[in-house]
Each structure stands twice: as structure tokens, then as C-alpha cells.
Design a protein. Structure first.
Length: 90
């Protein structure tokens, strides 16, 4: 069961990473954008690593204060929750 959780988590974080890339591309080309609420929520729903890496790799939303604060908070929250999950499930 643990491997399935890990695979799903990795797939979700890859998707969140791609969300940041798509939003950056759409920002450059003045097209429809992904809302900031969606980007932040995806981080808090187990996608913080993908969000953090997406911000860094695409240099997207790195100057926005709410992203500077909330994405690292989501990363810490995700780490704590996964640690608790891992300790109690295995």
C-alpha cells in the first residue's frame, strides 16, 4: 500500500509542477490563467513539493508575498502530515 501512496503523491506533484509551468506560459502569452487560489490550494493538497519546484524552475510567482509565505508553509505542513501518515501506517 505504501508504494501506491508514494506513486500517487509523485504523480500529483508532477501535475502541480506542470500547473505552474502552464500558468507561466499563459502569462507570457497573455492567455487565460490558472487562478492563484488553485495554485495555492494544489500545494496544500499534498502538492507542495511540485509547487515549490515549479516556482523555482519556472521563476513564477516568486515575487508575490503570499506565495513566498504560503508555499513554504504548505511544504512544511505536507512534510509533517506525510511523516505522521508514514509513522502510523507502517
Amino acid at each position: 500500500m505504501g508504494i501506491y501512496v508514494l506513486v500517487i503523491w509523485a504523480a500529483w506533484n508532477t501535475f502541480v509542477f506542470a500547473l505552474y509551468g502552464v500558468d507561466k506560459s499563459r502569462a507570457i502569452h497573455s492567455k487565460w490563467r490558472i487562478s492563484e487560489a488553485t495554485l495555492i490550494a494544489s500545494a496544500f493538497f499534498a502538492g507542495a513539493l511540485g509547487a515549490f519546484l515549479g516556482m523555482s524552475f519556472f521563476r513564477h510567482k516568486t515575487k508575490r508575498l503570499k506565495f513566498k509565505i504560503l508555499i513554504p508553509m504548505a511544504l512544511i505542513a505536507n512534510a509533517v502530515l506525510f511523516t505522521i501518515y508514514w509513522l502510523y501506517m507502517f
